[in-house]
Design a protein around this ligand. Structure first.
Ligand code: AMP
Length: 116
């Protein structure tokens, strides 16, 4: 979905429900509806960007706040000790389907070798 009215805009605006697991001033984190791992959470910045390509045009403080928010969400989920994977699908070839930038956090179990 492209434009500024994606499903994640609606989740952030609380117009549609989501299983929210973490929130702070900068990010919102909620469970992916089609989990690919025992823990699969999506983290979005509260200041919207369509993808990483657009996020890079924002002030560096916004970008660092997003990454810190991803790390804080993973910590909140108890993933620090075991480790976790962060994926930022960007654009068509990566299979990005929702054009509101989002980090996938995957973990809670040993993950396959990347790309397998
Ligand atoms: P991507 O391919 O990186 O754009 O991933 C989009 C992700 O959003 C997919 O893993 C979907 O399962 C997930 N998704 C789509 N709609 C929702 C929703 N309403 N709540 C939670 N996750 C969603």
């Amino acid at each position: 979905m492209q434009g500024s009215d994606t499903i994640f805009d609606k989740i952030l605006a609380r117009e549609i429900p989501a299983a929210i697991v973490y929130e702070d001033d900068d990010v919102l984190a909620f469970k992916d509806i089609q989990p690919q791992a025992k823990v699969h959470v999506l983290v979005i910045p509260k200041r919207r960007a369509a993808s990483l390509n657009d996020l890079k045009d924002q002030p560096p403080s916004n970008i660092s706040a997003f990454l810190i928010g991803v790390s804080n969400a993973a910590e909140h989920l108890g993933l620090v000790q075991g480790g976790y994977r962060v994926v930022l699908n960007t654009g068509r070839d990566a299979g990005q389907t929702v054009f509101y930038v989002h980090a996938h956090i995957l973990g809670g179990e040993p993950l396959g070798t990347f790309g397998s």
